[in-house]
Design a protein around this ligand. Structure first.
Ligand code: FE2
Ligand code: FE2
Length: 209
């Protein structure tokens, strides 16, 4: 997957640039722990980081901070059991509760380690939806921050375009994924259109390469 390789290259570059920064040092170690625990979640987090960085570039936000936030958004999964973290089977009610708990666990970890509030906000809102159907709080549109709306779209897009199952290669194309997300009406249309710009510019660059 070409984008994943680009995301890894960008990660190396940003680590070299920010190697003296406390947040990046801690973020690096946390990410490596998550990646060792479950490489699929590691790859997913790298994609979320990459797309969030690219959206930040277009929106003139702190793109490097968005990369770090994407890298750590699922860090709460570190405490999930293998039965929940590494399965493709339908989850029971109890298991589903454990899965959803990764947001609060992540917020707890990142707060304890005194990460910037924007990084914590990215984590806390990444499963919220503008129609209020998300979790953990069911926040509605007006209350979702820009960082949260970026996290919503980059998280789902990265999940849809990545390998959906262990030992299987099936995934949605970038175009199919964007269409599916538009149809759901649970995502901020503005954030989706910026993500679409990122995807289009990526594919244009590849046509020249
Ligand atoms: Fe998550
Ligand atoms: Fe995620």
């Amino acid at each position: 997957m070409i984008i994943l390789e680009e995301a890894k290259d960008l990660f190396v570059k940003l680590m070299q640039k920010n190697s003296k920064e406390r947040e990046w040092e801690m973020g690096y170690v946390l990410f490596q722990c998550l990646n060792m625990r479950d490489p699929r979640t590691g790859d997913h987090s790298l994609l979320v980081a990459y797309y969030s960085y690219k959206m930040g570039q277009i929106l003139n936000l702190n793109k490097e901070q968005l990369f770090l936030a994407g890298l750590l958004h699922d860090i709460g999964k570190i405490e999930m059991s293998d039965e929940v973290l590494k399965t493709d089977k339908k989850l029971s009610k109890v298991e589903r509760k454990q899965l959803k708990n990764h947001v609060l666990q992540g917020v707890f970890l990142l707060s304890e380690m005194e990460f910037d509030s924007n990084i914590i906000e990215f984590c806390s809102q990444h499963h919220e939806r503008i129609d209020g159907s998300g979790y953990p709080l069911g926040i509605k549109h007006g209350k979702l921050s820009l960082i949260g709306r970026i996290a919503n779209v980059t998280d789902v897009f990265s999940a849809l375009t990545a390998k959906r199952k262990y030992n299987h290669d099936d995934s949605y194309s970038t175009l199919e994924s964007l269409k599916l997300m538009e149809a759901q009406q649970a995502f901020d249309p503005g954030a989706l259109s910026v993500l679409s710009m990122v995807v289009q510019s990526d594919s244009k660059i590849k046509q020249f390469a």
